[in-house]
Write a protein that binds this ligand. Structure first.
Ligand SMILES: NC(=O)c1ccc[n+]([C@@H]2O[C@H](COP(=O)([O-])OP(=O)(O)OC[C@H]3O[C@@H](n4cnc5c(N)ncnc54)[C@H](O)[C@@H]3O)[C@@H](O)[C@H]2O)c1
Ligand SMILES: O=C(O)C(=O)C[C@@H](O)[C@H](O)[C@H](O)COP(=O)(O)O
Ligand SMILES: [Zn+2]
Length: 365
């Protein structure tokens, strides 16, 4: 196997950092040599059993404490957050320590928020092991925990010092979690890169077969798009909101139906609602909406949302972080490769799009 590593930089001046992408990186990265002595490795039992020893072996000259959280979206909450802080305090971690996140988006978001807040901020490194975390959550510094009232309601923008993407880890990922990552990859094509979307259509069979070359390209392109958006608007004052395509709807689904619905699945259904809303408004060509649906279907992602009362949808969507002066703002695609953020007060149109894209058993596919 060729050990090609690609490096991207997230350009944020003095807080710029590298994203290294390649196979077998856990075995051979020079990053581990540069870490501080005192390290907290945050992971869960599933990932620890697969990759924990490899990382600890590479860090044998460091003092490594491992904290395993439960393997669930429900672990991304205040109790787990407090438990990780307890571990740091019990082991007398100082401000010159580093927190390493080894796992998917749940581990990364939670560990990042711990790093952002422990002693007002300690060094943080992302080692993402799911496709979703490799193409999205490990990059850009959104760290958060959930509240029973909604997704990611408590958090901070806090950038990692480096992101280490070992693509070999994806071989052990369950199929359902793998395709969740493909939902966020499709998102990049819709919001920013029509050619990438077309490439995804062409490469769908290769991507479903986890072809290493196709995967390396998809991860590299996704991270490059995200890095450029984050560099331009780190704290979501403008264009970064595009990364939220499908998420106002998706987070409402998760708030009501997690863990039955995973993040990537909810985002897939949310993207379809956003595309359908635009089609029904005559602002997205029907063929474009159909291409989006077909690609989601090829990736075995849900294209319909679960049924929920519209009042409940409204309550949940009004907690979205993009709400401004009480008005919900949606990311809407107007063509494949272009989306924009718009304030929205026509709830009838939203209701129509949601109803046409909901069904009783959307997960039977
Ligand atoms: N911060 C951001 O910008 C951002 C972006 C997107 C999503 N998110 C968040 O990420 C979370 C979803 O992340 P996710 O999809 O990675 O889910 P996850 O973290 O729950 O991981 C999915 C499953 O895969 C398992 N797993 C992880 N790596 C594995 C491997 N290599 N082999 C086998 N199993 C493995 C995990 O144990 C888990 O069971 C959500 O909480 C979402 O809100 C954050
Ligand atoms: O990085 C971003 O910005 C994103 O919006 C990426 C999303 O995929 C991700 O799910 C994010 O956590 C959502 O952020 P939120 O601000 O809506 O909680
Ligand atoms: Zn997301």
């Amino acid at each position: 196997m060729t050990h090609t590593t690609q490096q991207l930089i997230v350009g944020l001046h003095e807080r710029s950092y590298p994203i290294d992408i390649g196979p077998e990186l856990l075995h051979r990265t020079p990053l581990f040599q540069q870490l501080p002595q005192q390290l907290l490795l945050v992971t869960n039992a599933t990932v620890d059993a697969l990759y924990g020893d490899r990382v600890r072996q590479a860090l044998q000259h460091h003092t490594v404490v491992t904290h395993c959280i439960a393997d669930s979206e429900q672990a991304k909450g205040i109790d787990t957050y407090a438990a990780v802080l307890d571990t740091l305090i019990q082991h007398s971690f100082n401000r010159d320590c580093a927190v390493l996140a080894l796992g998917g988006g749940v581990v990364g978001d939670l560990a990042g928020f711990v790093a952002a807040t422990y002693q007002r901020g300690v060094a943080f490194y992302q080692i993402p092991t799911t496709l979703l975390a490799q193409v999205d959550s490990s990059v850009g510094g959104k760290t958060a925990i959930n509240h029973p009232g909604g997704k990611n309601l408590i958090g901070a923008f806090y950038q990692p010092r480096a992101v280490l993407i070992d693509t070999t880890c994806l071989a052990s990922l369950p199929q359902r979690d793998y395709v969740c990552g493909l939902a966020e990859i499709i998102k990049y094509g819709i919001i920013a890169d029509r050619d990438f979307f077309t490439w995804l259509e062409q490469q769908a069979p290769a991507l479903m077969a986890r072809d290493p070359q196709a995967l390396q390209t998809a991860i590299q392109r996704s991270c490059a798009i995200k890095a450029a958006i984050v560099a331009a608007d780190e704290r979501e004052q403008s264009t970064r909101a595009l990364l939220n395509l499908g998420h106002t709807f998706g987070h409402a689904i998760e708030a009501e139906f997690s863990p039955r619905w995973k993040h990537g699945e909810a985002v897939a259904a949310g993207i379809m609602i956003a595309a359908t809303l635009m089609m029904q408004q005559g602002r997205l060509a029907a063929e474009e909406q159909q291409r989006i649906e077909q690609l989601l279907q090829q990736f075995q992602l849900p294209t319909r949302a679960p049924e929920m009362s519209f009042e409940r949808w409204q309550t949940l969507m009004q907690r979205d972080k993009k709400v401004q002066a009480g008005t919900v703002r949606f990311v809407v695609p107007t063509a494949i490769g272009h989306a924009q953020l718009e304030p929205w007060s026509d709830w009838q149109a939203i209701r129509q799009a949601i109803v046409s894209m909901s069904c009783a058993n959307p997960m039977t596919r």
